[in-house]
Design a protein. Structure first.
Length: 167
């Protein structure tokens, strides 16, 4: 069976302002405004906001952060709808963002993954990412569906992938 990434059903592209209502409809909290926040970062030139679609149905999204730092550029916030998982969407988003990083002149790309997320770790290993052995704990809050802020803690391991030279 062909994955979504290998078939004509998947379209990976930069997010457009008109996409926000469709993307926001799939956010866990109606007050989160995650897609809108990512689009603002994209519009300011701080990031590249990628989306994956099957027709007019969003399948997933991811961000390539361009903010200077020790892990820049960094693929972040990879999200694939549960109904679209195991169909090549995450792989396609990562590859699309890797191509943008090459176009921007970067020779590598980083990403962090929760140490307990075995599926994501396997995906990134298959895509050619290797561990930097750097672990980082991040504490943050996110809005619940009722609007209250919920604390969260993530333990991420950072990975790096060399990219081909720009032609």
């Amino acid at each position: 069976m062909r994955s979504a990434a290998e078939s004509s059903e998947l379209l990976g592209r930069a997010c457009l302002p008109a996409d926000i209502p469709r993307l926001a409809a799939h956010e866990a909290s109606p007050v989160a405004q995650i897609a809108a926040s990512h689009l603002r970062r994209h519009q300011r030139g701080e990031a590249v906001f990628a989306t994956a679609w099957a027709g007019d149905e969003p399948l997933g999204q991811a961000l390539l952060s361009l903010v200077p730092g020790p892990f820049s550029p960094e693929i972040k916030h990879v999200f694939v709808l549960e109904s679209a998982r195991r169909r090549g969407v995450g792989r396609a988003l990562c590859r699309w963002l890797e191509e943008r990083a090459v176009e921007l002149g970067f020779g590598h790309v980083h990403l962090g993954v929760e140490v307990s997320n075995a599926a994501a770790r396997a995906l990134y290993a298959a895509l050619g990412y290797t561990s930097t052995a750097h672990l980082e704990t991040t504490r943050y809050e996110y809005p619940a569906s009722d609007g209250r802020m919920v604390p969260a803690v993530e333990r991420n391991e950072y990975f790096v992938k060399p990219l081909p030279a720009r032609c």
